[in-house]
Structures are given as structure tokens and as C-alpha cells.
Design a protein around this ligand. Structure first.
Ligand code: ADP
Length: 241
């Protein structure tokens, strides 16, 4: 393999026992919350493509403006662009022992690209299943921290701003694309892409689906036990606290 092929494959940059956890699920399925917990527990970075793209959109560059318009419309950015972004991010030093991927891959083309980027024996694919009415209900109460990207559920669905981020203290705001009409568009986009994507992974030993309607703590427990089983650990690593 040439050095350039190796770079594109990313293999040289990952340690042998690296773990790449791919979290799939519709918008509003609780991916963000669970992603943070998994990343913290396994000591790997949480790579949220939505967060990266929203940051890019705020940067004010021409590319950022185009990305912002795409997100605001509830459409997807191109496979090539997001794949280049993820590849570059996976080559950063903190991702040498793996990463938690939230929001990528979303299409078969992205899944094929990812297969070539990370060592296959360390890949784990987890799906959070949540039905559509529950998602619409949740999204009305969802707010995000503009600074660190953390998402929170607020009591009042109609308040545009609601409280402060528990991590950095900045205001929580409704995401522009969490507007109910845009949410419906995003759900249609998700539904069209999710089935083929799930079919792409579902016969692999590294795949598991979890009921995302359970309380968040139970979802976390189920995800941890699937990760431990797939890694062959038997039990998840001990919690820090
Ligand atoms: P969601 O809550 O819809 O899962 P994300 O925060 O993951 O939202 O993504 C927000 C938006 O960023 C998406 O609607 C899409 O426009 C863009 N985006 C994020 N990840 C990808 C991706 N893998 N491919 C294409 N577009 C993406």
C-alpha cells in the first residue's frame, strides 16, 4: 500500500486495539446524550458531524454559508465533503485509539468510505430505535448549547430559549432545524436512508439495536453491555465514579 493509500485508509494512524463506535438512530433518538456517555466511558472523542457542520456554518466562510443553508433546509451535505471532514478528524491525535461517531455514516456511500478508513475488527455499530411520533414530541422540547453543542430536554416546548448549558453555562437555544416542518423533512430524509444503512450493517457480528424508548439510563446500560459483548470484554469497564 502506498503512503497515500495508507493515509486514505487511515490504518497507520490507529492503534491495534482501537475502537470505533458508530451510533445510528433518527434525529431525536437520544444519540447525542448516549454518545457523550459512551465516549466518556471508553476515553474516545465524540465526533458529531452535525456539531462540526454547525460550527463550520458559524465560521462565516463561503463554505460555511453553503453548509449552513443546507442544514437549515434539513438536507444533507455531500458525501465527499462530510467524508473528507470525518477522515481528517479521525487522523487527529486524540482519535488514535478510536472514536464515537454520531451522525456519520448516514448513506451507503459514507458507510463504504468509513469501512476503508478504520480497522474493521474494532468497529461497533449500535442503532437506537425510536418511532416517529415520539421523535416529533421530543424535538419540540429539545434545545442545544450553541457553544459546546450539548443537547437538553426542556419542560416548556414553546420557549425559544430555556436555561443554560449544564457543561459551560451558555444559553440553550432551539436549533434552527428543530422547527417542526424541518424536523418532518429530516425524518423523511432519515427514513429513506436508514433502512439501506441498517441492512448494510445488520448481519455483521459487530451490530446491535437497542430500544431507545427506555429511560436514558437503561439505554446506556444496554449500549454498554452490547459494546462489552461485541468487544469480547464480558463486562463493561468500571465507571469512573
Ligand atoms: P440530527 O439531529 O438530524 O441527527 P445532526 O446534528 O446529526 O442532526 O445533523 C444536522 C445536519 O447536519 C443534518 O440535517 C445534515 O444537514 C448535516 N449532516 C450531519 N451529518 C451528516 C452526514 N453524515 N452527511 C450529510 N449531512 C450531514
Amino acid at each position: 500500500m502506498s503512503e497515500s493509500d495508507a493515509w486514505h485508509a487511515g490504518i497507520r494512524y490507529h492503534t491495534q486495539d482501537s475502537v470505533h463506535i458508530i451510533l445510528l438512530g433518527p434525529p431525536g433518538s437520544g444519540k447525542g446524550t448516549q454518545a457523550i456517555r459512551i465516549a466518556d466511558r471508553y476515553g474516545i472523542p465524540h465526533i458529531s458531524t452535525g456539531h462540526i457542520l454547525r460550527e463550520a456554518a458559524r465560521s462565516g466562510t463561503e463554505l460555511g454559508r453553503r453548509v449552513g443553508a443546507t442544514i437549515a433546509a434539513g438536507s444533507l451535505v455531500s458525501d465527499d465533503l462530510i467524508t473528507d471532514i470525518v477522515r481528517a478528524r479521525l487522523h487527529e491525535r486524540d482519535a488514535a485509539s478510536g472514536a464515537l461517531l454520531d451522525g456519520y455514516p448516514r448513506t451507503i456511500a459514507q458507510a463504504v468510505a468509513l469501512d476503508a478508513m478504520v480497522p474493521q475488527d474494532g468497529v461497533i455499530v449500535l442503532l437506537l430505535r425510536v418511532h416517529e411520533e415520539e421523535i416529533v414530541r421530543r424535538m419540540r422540547r429539545r434545545r442545544v448549547c450553541q457553544s459546546c453543542g450539548i443537547t437538553q430536554t426542556v419542560p416548556d416546548a414553546d420557549a425559544a430559549e430555556a436555561g443554560h448549558c449544564p457543561r459551560c453555562g451558555d444559553p440553550l437555544v432551539r436549533r434552527e432545524d428543530d422547527d417542526p416542518d424541518i424536523v418532518r423533512r429530516r425524518l423523511r430524509t432519515y427514513a429513506a436512508l436508514a433502512d439501506p444503512l441498517i441492512a448494510f450493517y445488520k448481519d455483521r457480528r459487530c451490530y446491535a439495536a437497542v430500544d431507545g424508548l427506555q429511560p436514558p439510563e437503561q439505554v446506556t446500560t444496554a449500549l454498554f453491555s452490547h459494546i462489552a459483548r461485541i468487544r469480547g470484554d464480558g463486562a463493561p469497564p468500571p465507571a469512573d465514579d
